[in-house]
Design a protein around this ligand. Structure first.
Ligand SMILES: [Zn+2]
Length: 150
């Protein structure tokens, strides 16, 4: 994991501002923050993607993210709202392939937002929702079966 910037921060080869650390995860300040105080919560182990993330590690990432969100609201950082964001895969804008949970302080008119596709304005029909729901439930059965086998 020589080229992973997060592993290099964890090992001390790269500088990083660590704001929290426990036996499972570490929280560092993003070097290219969306807003000042933008934090990344990373597993201490190199875990490239969501599929490889042990559920207990995921729970801890979220629990720490929740604590940090509360801390941001109490701190001197401008923060009247928070986004928790996890990108899984290049298509989802994952840029570092060491899973990380973004804790992004937000305030009114901070200039950050999501861009929606033109499709967003066209609401799916009830039948379309049911069909997608059916296929997802079938896929979930496969995922659960795979988990049972591991
Ligand atoms: Zn890594």
């Amino acid at each position: 994991m020589d080229k992973c910037p997060f592993c290099n921060i964890l090992s001390g080869k790269l500088e990083g501002t660590i704001v929290y650390q426990d036996e499972i995860c570490t929280a560092i300040l993003d070097i290219q923050p969306i807003n000042p105080g933008h934090i990344l919560v990373i597993p201490n182990q190199h875990i490239p993607d969501l599929a490889s993330l042990p559920p207990d590690t995921g729970k801890q990432l979220f629990a720490v993210g929740q604590k940090l969100a509360a801390s941001l609201r109490l701190s001197s950082v401008q923060c009247t709202g928070v986004n928790l964001f996890l990108a899984d895969g290049k298509a989802a804008m994952q840029d570092v392939f060491h899973t990380h949970l973004h804790v992004i302080p937000r305030f009114e008119e901070d200039g950050f937002g999501f861009t929606f596709s033109p499709r967003y304005a066209e609401l799916p029909t009830r039948d379309e929702l049911e069909e997608i729901g059916f296929h997802l439930k079938e896929a979930l059965k496969i995922v659960q079966k795979q988990e049972e086998q591991n």
